[in-house]
Design a protein around this ligand. Structure first.
Ligand SMILES: [Zn+2]
Length: 101
């Protein structure tokens, strides 16, 4: 099935926006001194990027998922979203079942 031109445009603009912001962040990272980077890592390690409270790591079939103990946001490390997206429907249902209350 052919993609609609607007979908390709959206993909293009999303990629451009990411690349523009990545350049800005890379520049900021270069300016951060070693000690400041260590301080930030210690402050934010295993903390929710939204509410700042502790994340709980759940290891399910080798995918380590971090779930916030407060707002219940779910965070994935690099490459894990691709891994999750390749699960077949049954495995996907069991994966999300782990997080149900
Ligand atoms: Zn949170």
């Amino acid at each position: 099935m052919a993609e609609k031109p607007s979908e390709k445009e959206e993909e293009y603009f999303a990629r451009m926006e990411f690349e523009r912001n990545k350049k800005i962040e890379d520049e900021k990272h270069r300016k951060l001194l070693g000690e400041e980077r260590k301080r930030l890592a210690a402050l934010h390690h295993m903390r929710c990027p939204k509410c700042g409270l502790e994340l709980i790591e759940i290891d399910y079939k080798g995918i380590k998922v971090d779930k916030c103990s407060e707002c219940e946001g779910v965070w994935l490390d690099a490459g894990e979203l691709e891994t999750v997206s390749k699960l077949e429907q049954g495995a996907l249902d069991r994966f999300f079942g782990v997080f149900k209350k």
